[in-house]
Design a protein around this ligand. Structure first.
Ligand code: HEC
Ligand code: HEC
Length: 299
């Protein structure tokens, strides 16, 4: 009996170890990432994806100094976005475009470790290879910043990165997007931007005790993960009176139709969406306006 029990426990442990391993989605030399990307287009992806809001050096007026280090609070501990400047020692200067794709699409590091989902790869996973290649080309044009971010302080459960592998098995669908496509090009462009690149639902939803977005609250708002207030519902339940033009205008200027202005983390989002072409803001607005009404969850 004891032998059987030990064998069973051993098999369970080995299976657990195996299934929680981090596997990069792309191998070096993947032809999708060959050749030089278009850094000018990459700059737009960088803006649409709000990368600087998390990775810019705190207190540094130049938002292109991506030294990292900002404290991101969450019920699962405090996380610090790392240095992603092209510095070869402290940043990602030695990375390939494939390494970047594995981080964004798979949440996997070049050392084959899992990233914490405080890095919203749960949305970025739907990004196209072409956009990632262009984003990589742009990142490599930015200034080198030396120095590393302070370490993360994850809660006890996630001290071991391998455990993130179990979280991913339950809550992460690699390469899949939540986009609801309609076949209409503007709507579908908006679907791609909202769901994958601009990751609007990462803030505008409620999360379960495991920190995963509750699907029935997607875009319906939720408690700010940093614990400061409530992020509004952006389905027609709340935005009923906003026209597509109102949403597009807010993404350019920050002004709301009731003569207010968006604040807190949305102000940072607008700094970035303001850099996009009108066509992309209009596409985001079209998709948001088409979302079905979802009641605002009660925290
Ligand atoms: C909501 C905040 C947030 C946003 C937005 C964000 N990141 Fe991050 N990023 C993080 C955090 C936190 C980590 C650390 C994850 C870990 O250590 O497990 C991280 C890690 C990374 C890494 C891994 C670096 C390393 O040294 O291993 C790269 C590369 C990266 N991010 C690039 C980007 C890019 C490019 C964008 C925009 C497309 C972006 N991030 C947007 C929070 C963010
Ligand atoms: C980093 C978190 C974050 C992200 C990402 C984010 N938002 Fe927001 N958003 C907020 C917060 C917080 C507010 C409330 C701002 C305030 O208090 O003034 C807000 C407000 C808004 C409002 C105004 C709602 C109202 O009732 O006044 C709209 C519309 C909106 N966001 C749309 C979007 C869209 C579209 C995206 C994706 C392109 C997006 N947001 C991405 C955090 C975020």
């Amino acid at each position: 009996m004891a032998v059987v029990a030990i064998l069973c426990a051993g098999t369970a442990a080995a299976t657990g170890w195996y299934i929680s391993a981090a596997r990069p989605p792309f191998s070096q030399g993947d032809p999708q990432f060959k050749g030089a990307g278009d850094a000018v287009h990459g700059q737009l992806i960088f803006a649409a994806a709000d990368c600087a809001s998390c990775h810019a050096t705190p207190g540094e007026p130049d938002r292109l100094q991506l030294g990292g280090g900002m404290a991101l609070g969450s019920p699962f501990g405090t996380f610090r976005p790392p240095n992603i400047s092209p510095d070869p020692v402290d940043g990602i200067g030695r990375w390939t475009a494939v390494d970047l794709a594995n981080a964004l699409v798979g949440g996997v590091s070049p050392e084959h470790e899992h990233y914490y989902p405080a890095f919203p790869y749960t949305s970025f996973t739907g990004m196209t290879a072409g956009d990632i290649r262009d984003l990589y080309a742009y990142l490599m044009t930015l200034p080198n910043v030396s120095g590393r971010a302070p370490p993360h302080h994850p809660s006890i459960l996630f001290r071991i990165r391998r455990f993130v592998g179990f979280w991913k098995l339950l809550f992460f669908r690699e390469g899949q997007s939540e986009a609801r496509l309609s076949g209409e090009p503007i709507h579908d462009r908006g679907a791609y931007l909202v769901e994958s690149v601009s990751h609007c639902a990462e803030c505008h939803s409620s999360r379960s005790v495991f920190g995963a977005i509750k699907p029935d609250t997607r875009f319906a708002g939720g408690v700010d993960p940093q614990g400061t207030g409530f992020v509004p519902n952006i389905t027609r339940q709340n935005l009923g009176k906003w026209s597509e033009r109102d949403i597009a205008k807010m993404l350019k200027t920050g002004d709301t139709p009731d003569h207010g202005r968006v604040g807190s983390s949305m102000a940072d989002v607008v700094t970035n969406t303001a850099m996009l072409p009108d066509s992309d803001r209009n596409a985001i607005a079209r998709y948001i306006k088409a979302l079905p009404a979802v009641p605002t969850p009660h925290p």
